[in-house]
Design a protein around this ligand. Structure first.
Ligand code: UDX
Ligand code: ADP
Length: 481
């Protein structure tokens, strides 16, 4: 029986291993983590992450061929294939600060694998890591190997949160990178055999190690670049009276461009896009390619510009001050159908509004008060450390923030509403009821283009919807970014 162990029971490790267990009943899968609360949650009725369809898969396999445990060393020692899916934060100090990946957790996982192993193992890089990490890990393993053979593979994960189970069931492709040696080829085949249980052979792409690692960074950079491109257009649309949704639709029908990832928004978030681009930028700089580095840096700059632009619109529209005014925030997660808040644009928008002394009332269907308050008081990049190692900076700002469990409560007596996540339920709210209970003039700032602008204007709202023709009110109050 093949035994798989995954180090790191997070957004990638948990769902990926659950699906492997479901699709490969004869394979035994153990997911291990140093965070006991996380493992306890995986073993309970309240999984630590919200992901449509995940609960069903976990319930089907847990206790049969899927196990969650804190006994990291035991399961690693027993495994034939070890996936590593631990945190890879951006460095905040020292060489490469603000860009380079901090491989502390990866390195300690690799040393532990070398330490406890008594049989040959395939070690699979699953968390996104900078190009050539596999080489570094290989060195750590071989220099500490005590006669054991380790073969390293890169198998980047392309699932998107909110659709993780769907993506894992039916991936566009599975990418496996390995050394071009007989051992490398053997290891690639072993991993390919696992995925071949449900993924058609022609969708399993095999490359060398560096290509696999770089492809992951490149894919995320390309996707993020599309969003920054359309968001750049949204600013021009607002300035000229075009409608960004119409522009997106028009360009997306070109089969060479395609319709996906062209929705203008308040900015992209999530644990990958910014981090991966920063990594890419750092690698380019290290390789003496400043022009290439600057090209990709611009994708992040436009994303930051979009968030700042949104905050400036809110403040400028409301007579240049939101001081003491109640502003309702609908949606805090970085996208719909997830409770994940990592790098969510809501953090920067909320901090911007708090900087102008607004009082915030926040509602998100999946994000807890504890998480929101933690996010608003954390320093940039600190989110990506294991929970028990996250530095907290005590912050008085959170006193002006309340978190509620209902959209109508959040908007009651508010001067303005900001929609920051495209949750389906925000399309179906009773906006007349909301309007009746708000201060006047009542503003809606839609950062996700979810509301029907015309019907809201009929109710009496002053509406800003990103990239759409401006309300006459807003035209007279231009916001400089
Ligand atoms: C991304 C990649 O899609 C995935 O392949 C990779 O494995 C991890 O990173 P994820 O971050 O989970 O996945 O979500 P994604 O759907 O890519 O959305 C990222 C951000 O872009 C979200 O904040 C989303 O709201 C935003 N977005 C997406 C837009 O603003 N407009 C769009 O058209 C699409
Ligand atoms: P991702 O989105 O890539 O899955 P997460 O942050 O959700 O990232 O998950 C990473 C997990 O890895 C965390 O739960 C963390 O506790 C765990 N982890 C980090 N270092 C180790 C380690 N050395 N051994 C076991 N688990 C680890």
């Amino acid at each position: 029986m093949v035994k798989i162990c995954c180090i790191g029971a997070g957004y990638v490790g948990g769902p990926t291993m659950a699906v492997i267990a479901l699709k490969c009943p004869e394979v035994q899968v153990a997911v291990v983590d140093i965070a006991a609360p996380r493992i306890n949650a995986w073993n309970s009725d309240h999984l630590p992450i919200y992901e449509p369809g995940l609960e069903e898969v976990v319930k089907e396999c847990r206790g049969k061929n899927l196990f969650f445990s804190t006994d990291v060393e035991k399961h690693v020692a027993e495994a034939d294939i070890v996936f590593v899916s631990v945190n890879t934060p951006t460095k905040t100090q020292g060489l490469g600060a603000g860009k380079a990946a901090d491989l502390t957790y990866w390195e300690s996982a690799a040393r532990m694998i070398a330490d406890v192993s008594k049989s040959d193992k395939i070690v699979v890089e699953k968390s996104t890591v900078p190009v050539k990490t596999a080489e570094a890990i290989e060195k750590i393993l071989t220099h500490n190997r005590k006669g054991i053979n380790f073969t390293i593979l890169s198998n980047p994960e392309f699932l998107a949160e909110g659709t993780a189970i769907k993506d894992l069931f039916n991936p566009d492709r599975v990418l496996i990178g390995g050394r071009e040696t007989p051992e490398g080829a053997k290891a690639i085949k072993a991993l390919k055999d696992v995925y071949a249980h449900w993924v058609p052979e022609d969708r399993i792409l095999c490359t060398n190690l560096w290509s696999a690692e770089l492809s992951k960074l490149a894919a995320n950079a390309f996707l993020a670049q599309r969003i920054s491109s359309v968001n750049a257009m949204s600013a021009l649309c607002e300035a000229t009276g075009a409608d960004v949704s119409q522009v997106s639709h028009a360009i997306g029908t070109d089969s060479r461009i395609g319709p996906k990832f062209l929705s203008s928004s308040v900015g992209f978030g999530g644990s990958c896009f910014q981090k991966d681009i920063l990594n890419l930028v750092y690698i380019c700089e290290c390789n003496g390619l400043p022009e290439v580095a600057n090209y990709w840096k611009q994708v992040i700059r436009v994303n930051d510009y979009q968030k700042t632009r949104f905050v400036n619109r809110v403040v400028a529209s409301m007579f240049n001050t939101v001081s003491g005014k109640k502003v309702a925030i609908l949606g805090f997660a970085f996208k719909k159908d997830t409770g994940d808040t990592r790098e969510t644009p809501a953090i920067d928008v909320c901090k911007g509004l708090l900087g102008d002394k607004a009082r915030l009332s926040i509602y998100d269907p999946q994000v807890t008060e504890e998480q929101i308050k933690k996010d608003l008081s954390m320093n940039k990049f600190d989110w990506d450390h294991p929970a028990h190692l996250q530095p907290t900076s005590p912050n008085s700002i959170v006193k002006t923030v309340s978190v509620v469990w209902d959209a109508y409560e959040a908007t009651k007596d508010a001067h303005a509403v900001c929609i920051l996540t495209e949750w389906e339920e925000f399309r179906k709210l009773d906006y007349q009821k909301m309007f009746d209970n708000m201060q006047k003039p009542a503003f809606i700032f839609d950062g996700r283009n979810v509301v029907d602008v015309d019907s809201l204007r009929k109710i009496g709202f002053i509406v800003y919807s990103i990239g759409k023709p401006l309300d006459s009110w807003l035209k007279d109050m231009p916001a400089v970014a």
